[in-house]
Design a protein around this ligand. Sequence first.
Ligand code: SF4
Ligand code: SF4
Length: 425
Amino acid sequence: MADYHEMWAGLGLDLKTHDMLLEIVGKGYTDVFLSQKNRPKGMEYFDFVMSEVHGLRIKEILDAKAEGRKVIGTYCVFVPEELVLAIDGVCIGLCAGAEFGFEEAEKFLPRNTCSLIKSAFGFKLGKVCPYVESADMIVGENTCDGKKKAYESFKDIVNDLYVMDLPQMKSPEGRSLLKAEYKKFAQRLEEMSGKKITVESLKKGIEIANNKRKAIHRLSALRAAELSPISGLDGLLANQIFFYDDPIRFTNSVNAVCDELEVRIKEGVGVFPKDTPRVLISGCPMAVPNWKLPFIIENSNAVIVGEEMCTGERGTQNLVNTNANSVDELIDNIVDRYFQIDCAVFTPNPGRLEHIKEMVKKYKADGVIHYGLQFCQPYQMESKILEKELETAGIPVLLIETDYSQEDAGQIKTRVDAFVERIQK
Ligand code: SF4
Ligand code: SF4
């Protein structure tokens, strides 16, 4: 990697702490990803992206800013990228997956806050995230209570926080609220960028986002093959990079991996031996560099064949229909897509159970491992309902409750080993 210290200093990063973070992430990446055998050649692109995640990509984002484009940071898959693309903006996911700056974060948040929220605060307070520092506007959303209340303090430590209200029920009133919020957001984007969202620009934004999702759908479908042509870790990595990379380049790179996987399937090449137990992971999102549980699973002689999470199929399923003649109609189509996201903050949330069952069938999973972050009430509570329903339907389930620390890795490994033995054919 080139020397980016000057760029990082310009963004106000704490260079010493940031160097430390990069070293930890780099080592974790080498241990978790580069140690895998028989990876598709196309994954080299993703290795490159990860090696430059705070370097070249940030430079590109700063260049875009210099051209007058706006950078919008988000924490939730409910924020419609299409609208950001329609003002020629850059949309980046800001969720963080490392235990970093928690002590500082706990000056603002109760100790019993989930790691995802603490990490967002920790990265900002520790001045180690060039994405947060590059954003012209950060979008929060009223989803779980933790996030909703956390944004009340977050607004004091970041520039220009915009909080979007979101429905909690899949009712006609809920849909209307979502539409009203998306229209308000569109207006805010127009004001800050000085660019008008037109039918043409919005259709273009929708097309870019749809293509990105189509490429991921293609990748997911290939993971259904009897001999998995790609590891779950690499599948997850593509889903995580979905939030950072240039969308068009990302789409092309995922499609290139898919071309290679199609050949592998035809030639009967897999990354794990035949009859390796197949696992679907489900639950809270896993932000970079949160690879603990998938690493444990794939080192316990099982392969992950899908992710029912926001860094996975919950975040990428369904496309936006481009068939419309006005911006208002296009926003309706955007609402139609996003309103189907079955996040556990909705009540009731039967769609998620159905989606998990569908995924188990589609990807021929032998069991489901549910990943719930400690202190995450929506997913923890829902996991009990899911466990009961799935076990009744004959689908074995393992509930894992964890955080971002490595302390429980040994204990989790023992439980995953026992589960893999249970689902072994
Ligand atoms: S889990 Fe829910 S709140 Fe979190 S990113 Fe996904 S949709 Fe948003
Ligand atoms: S993991 Fe759970 S508690 Fe944490 S932000 Fe997401 S929904 Fe909220």
